[in-house]
Design a protein around this ligand. Structure first.
Ligand code: ATR
Length: 280
C-alpha cells in the first residue's frame, strides 16, 4: 500500500485529502493520503524520516514551503525559480521537490479558456506579492506576454518579487503601487487576484472594472466562496472569468502521478465534490 501526506501547520482545513481520496477510490488504488500537522521546529526531522515511516512522498503547505525548498536534495527547475516546494517524492533514494502551483494555475487557465488565450494578452495585472503571486508571475513568464504588472499594498514586496524573477521570460516585469491599480485596468487584458481579499471572512476586493478591455479575463485564486465579489463584478461587466477552484484541483495532479503512478483527471464529479464541501 502506498502512502502520501500533506504536511502543514495548521493542516486541518486542507481540502487535498478529499481530492486525493477521490482519485484513490476512482482508480481502485490501495493507498492513503493523510494530513500531518508538524510544527516548524520539527519539520527538518520530518523530512528526514517520512520515507522510513512508509510514505512515498506528499504535499507541503503553509508554513513549510520554503523550509521544504531548503531541505530537499534535488529540485525541479520550477521549484528552483520560485524558492518554494509544495510536492515531495523519493527517486532512487534521493529526496526531490517540485512546485506544482504554477502548473496548476496555468492548466486551469488553458482548460477554462482554451489554449491560445495568451495570444490576446499584452499586459497581465497581478494583485498581491506573496508566495502565490510569485508562482503565478513565473507561470505567466513562460507565455508570450509583453508586460506583467505586480501591484501590492506593500510596494516594496512587489519590487522584491519583480527583482527576484526578472530575466526569465519575454515579458517586462514592473511593480505597481496599490493606489495606481485602477489606472492600470484599461490596459490589462488579464487581471489576477492572489491576495486574500474576497475570501470568506475577509473584505471584498473592489476594483473599478468599468474601463477594462471588453475581452479581458479576470481570475481569482480565492475559491471559497467560488464566486468572489471580484468575479461577480467582472461577470456583470460581461468579462471572461475563471474561478480559483481549478488551480487547487490541477496542482494536485503531478503529485498523485508521482506517488501512485497514474495521471489522474480533474473530472466534473471531483469539482462537484469540492464545491459541495466549500458549501457553494
Ligand atoms: P500567499 O503566500 O498565499 O500569497 P501571503 O504571502 O500572506 O499569502 O500574501 C498575501 C497577499 O495578500 C499579500 O500580497 C498582501 O499584501 P501585503 O504584502 O501588503 O501584506 C495581500 N493582502 C492581504 N490583505 C490585504 C488587504 N486588506 N488589502 C490589500 N492587500 C492585502
Amino acid at each position: 500500500m502506498t502512502k502520501a501526506f500533506i504536511v502543514g501547520h495548521p493542516v486541518r482545513h486542507s481540502r487535498s485529502p478529499l481530492i486525493h481520496g477521490y482519485w484513490l477510490k476512482q482508480h481502485g488504488i490501495s493507498g492513503s493520503y493523510e494530513r500531518i500537522d508538524v510544527e516548524p521546529v520539527n519539520f527538518g526531522k520530518f523530512l528526514e524520516t517520512f520515507h522510513e515511516r512508509g510514505f512515498a512522498g506528499g504535499n507541503v503547505t503553509i508554513p513549510h514551503k520554503e523550509a521544504a525548498f531548503a531541505g530537499v536534495a534535488r529540485r525541479t527547475e520550477r521549484a528552483e525559480r520560485l524558492g518554494a516546494v509544495n510536492t515531495l517524492w523519493i527517486e532512487k533514494g534521493v529526496l526531490w521537490g517540485d512546485n506544482t502551483d504554477v502548473a496548476g494555475f496555468m492548466a486551469n487557465l488553458d482548460l477554462s479558456l482554451g489554449t491560445g488565450w495568451d495570444q490576446d494578452v499584452d499586459t497581465a495585472l497581478v494583485l498581491g506579492a506573496g508566495g502565490a503571486a510569485r508562482g503565478i508571475v513565473a507561470g505567466l513568464q513562460d507565455r508570450p506576454l509583453r508586460r506583467i504588472l505586480v501591484a501590492n499594498r506593500t510596494l516594496s514586496k512587489a519590487q522584491d518579487l519583480v527583482h527576484g524573477l526578472a530575466g526569465y521570460g519575454p515579458a517586462k516585469l514592473e511593480a505597481l503601487a496599490w493606489e495606481d491599480l485602477d489606472r492600470a485596468i484599461p490596459g490589462s487584458q488579464l487581471i489576477v487576484n492572489t491576495t486574500s481579499l474576497g475570501m470568506t471572512g475577509q473584505p471584498p476586493l473592489t476594483l473599478d472594472l468599468a474601463g477594462a478591455p471588453g475581452r479581458a479575463i479576470v481570475t481569482d485564486i480565492v475559491y471559497a466562496p467560488l464566486r468572489t465579489p471580484l468575479l461577480a463584478t467582472a461577470e456583470a461587466r460581461g468579462l471572461r472569468t475563471v474561478d480559483g477552484l481549478g488551480m487547487l484541483l490541477h496542482q494536485a495532479v503531478p503529485g498523485f502521478e508521482r506517488w501512485f503512478g497514474i495521471r489522474p483527471e480533474v473530472t466534473p464529479e471531483l469539482r462537484a465534490l469540492i464545491v459541495a464541501d466549500i458549501g457553494g
